[in-house]
Design a protein around this ligand. Structure first.
Ligand code: NAG
Ligand code: NAG
Ligand code: NAG
Length: 301
């Protein structure tokens, strides 16, 4: 009884306030929501106060600054048609969210009988997408001491995936110096780009490598691929060096031969300069100097 008597003035007070404000006021429980792709999500648009009986409710989607209708003239339209419903009082329930639903949504309520006849509320929605199987590239054979780089990438995940490399199903620490087991390895792992770069490959780096792409929506990994590490091929290197020397000698001998032949032709035809191309020499013949010189030379001989 005492309670009832006390609450009566309160109720009256609220009723009076309500009457005198004549304003439509909206509220949401969460201005920044996310959901996983193919799940459903409800964007809440609660009407805190209103005096108009049948307010006009609209929802717009704003993507890259461009608004489009989602709920208009009492029906869902656009790409959310058949995938969204309006729930009391003005909530928008999106079913089977798609990655293209990531956007800002604006709930707008117009109440013509209110003094402040309009209010709106903006909600941002992020639809998270699980990574797909990343594309991994692992060199199948590397020589000790060489540089090599492994790649892992995946483009579907949202937010963007982070990458983790594994060797023989064992997680590689981001910094090898933090682990006793990987201490001697020279790799640098970039979890943002998916690169695993070895500055100087060691024998112990050999193994089966795989990578995992991960984001808030899930994980996905590629199948393990072997990387073999070989000792430097001494015989091969010697053969290459020998080959190089042989080629060098061959070139030198060849040059000498040309040189010899060249000298012969000089001696046969002209004595001045075997290096000068023929047509220039012909021109020279016409110059008086040349004749003079030739004369001298033959005189010397
Ligand atoms: C809003 O919703 C997201 C899920 O969509 C949740 O993670 C977050 O904690 C919520 N924030 C608040 C303030 O309730
Ligand atoms: C959800 O949407 C996807 C396309 O985005 C479709 O392939 C799938 O069948 C839908 N699932 C349901 C339960 O409607
Ligand atoms: C790292 O190298 C040092 C020196 O070569 C060696 O003593 C140690 O056993 C190596 N550690 C591992 C884990 O291979």
């Amino acid at each position: 009884m005492a309670n009832g008597r006390q609450s009566l003035p309160l109720v009256l007070f609220f009723l009076l306030c309500h009457r005198t404000t004549f304003a439509v006021i909206l509220r949401t429980t969460n201005k920044s929501v996310w959901t996983n792709e193919f799940d459903s999500i409800e964007l809440t648009c609660l009407i805190e106060s209103i005096s108009t009986n049948n307010p006009r409710i609209e929802w717009k989607k704003i993507k890259n600054g461009v608004p489009s209708y989602v709920y208009f003239q009492n029906k869902v339209s656009g790409d959310l048609e058949h995938r969204a419903i309006l729930r009391e009082p003005a909530n928008l329930l999106i079913l089977n969210a798609s990655r293209s639903d990531s956007a800002q949504y604006r709930c707008e309520v117009a109440a013509i009988d209110d003094q402040k006849p309009f209010d709106e509320i903006l909600i941002s929605l992020a639809v998270r997408v699980k990574p797909v199987v990343p594309r991994c590239s692992v060199p199948n054979a590397v020589t000790v001491g060489y540089t090599t780089e492994l790649h892992c990438t995946e483009k579907e995940g949202f937010p963007q995936s982070q990458y983790q490399w594994y060797r023989n199903n064992e997680e590689l620490p981001e910094d090898p110096k933090t682990s006793v087991k990987f201490y001697n390895s020279t790799y640098v792992m970039n979890t943002q780009t998916g690169s695993l770069k070895f500055r100087s490959v060691k024998k112990e780096d050999a193994g089966e490598y795989h990578c995992q792409a991960k984001n808030e929506a899930g994980t996905s990994k590629c199948s393990p691929q072997p990387m073999e590490v070989y000792d430097p091929d001494i015989v091969g290197i010697c053969l290459k060096v020998l080959g190089g020397v042989a080629a060098f000698i061959f070139v030198i001998v060849g040059l000498c031969q040309i040189h010899k032949n060249g000298c012969c032709t000089c001696k046969d035809h002209r004595e001045n300069n075997y290096k000068v191309p023929e047509h220039e020499n012909r021109m020279d013949y016409t110059s008086p100097d040349e004749g003079h010189f030739r004369h001298k030379s033959s005189f010397v001989i």
